[in-house]
Design a protein around this ligand. Structure first.
Ligand code: ADP
Length: 259
């Protein structure tokens, strides 16, 4: 328990540090971007200056996307929580990923019609799901299937294995048929900056961000992985309301519990 507490403290400190850096870095980038934009407009010799200016502006834009990811991970950015209709969200995700992922990867969606709306920041949820799908793709170099699954889940008693409070949740799973993770990788997977990917390929912030997002949304994250068979990452996000579909149970807390 001692080491766990110490580790949590270190994570907290790391998160604060990352948040501070992201905040400052972002201010700097804003000045750089604004200055370059002005220079582009007024440059006397547009030719080369413009070319360099464009290069710098694109670099700044990449830097800004890094700080956005850091901000999510450091839980500094404000979440705009709203009721999200899961089926629509996942269909949009499927369309988008079919175009962006390799053709050897099939994208499936399996949404329980009784799934109620969930409460989360839609934009950040989409970012997290894209990150999870990217991890799935990386784990399937020979191709395979990534499946988005959505189910209603009720937690009736405290003591849930990932610390979920009793309540109603939408379980949103991203499952792949890839390499899976060995025990050591699985144990460290959500640690910030932990990556097994080559330099430049992985930041080690994908799963840390996903977990931070889920916890900040008053839910949680669970990873299930079998080497050689695949990985399922499940986000538990609180529900916004009882299901509207008339065939569905009005109170999912009557539904069977999962541990
Ligand atoms: P990154 O993808 O940048 O390495 P993540 O935090 O998203 O950072 O993941 C950390 C590590 O967890 C990865 O480097 C990889 O070893 C492992 N991992 C994550 N997702 C999967 C997956 N779907 N299948 C197998 N391993 C995974």
């Amino acid at each position: 328990a001692q080491t766990r507490a110490a580790q949590a403290e270190r994570m907290e400190a790391l998160g604060q540090l990352a948040g501070g850096i992201a905040h400052d870095f972002n201010n700097v980038l804003q000045a750089v971007t604004g200055g370059i934009a002005a220079m582009e407009r007024r440059a006397p010799d547009p030719g080369q200056v413009k070319q360099f200016a464009r290069m710098i502006r694109e670099a700044a834009a990449r830097g800004a996307s890094v700080t956005r990811r850091l901000l999510v991970f450091a839980r500094r950015s404000d979440l705009r929580t709203e009721p999200v209709e899961v089926a629509t969200l996942l269909e949009g995700m499927q369309q988008m990923l079919r175009h962006t992922l390799d053709g050897s990867i099939e994208v499936r969606v399996d949404t329980d019609p009784c799934v109620p709306k969930l409460l989360a920041d839609r934009h950040q949820l989409e970012t997290v799901l894209v990150n999870l799908a990217t991890n799935a793709r990386d784990a399937m170099p020979e191709g395979g299937t990534v499946t988005f699954r959505a189910r209603a889940e009720a937690v009736l008693a405290p003591g849930h294995e990932i610390g979920l409070r009793p309540g109603r949740y939408v379980a949103l799973a991203v499952a792949d048929t890839g390499t899976g993770m060995d025990a050591e990788t699985l144990a460290r997977a959500t640690e910030p900056f932990f990556t097994t990917k080559d330099t430049g390929k992985g930041t080690g912030l994908g799963l840390a961000t996903a977990r931070g997002f889920a916890e900040q949304s008053r839910g949680g994250l669970h990873i299930d992985s079998t080497p050689g068979r695949g990985t399922t990452v499940t986000l538990y996000l609180p529900t916004a309301e009882a299901p509207s579909h008339s065939d569905c149970p009005q109170d999912v807390s009557q539904a069977p519990t999962t541990p």
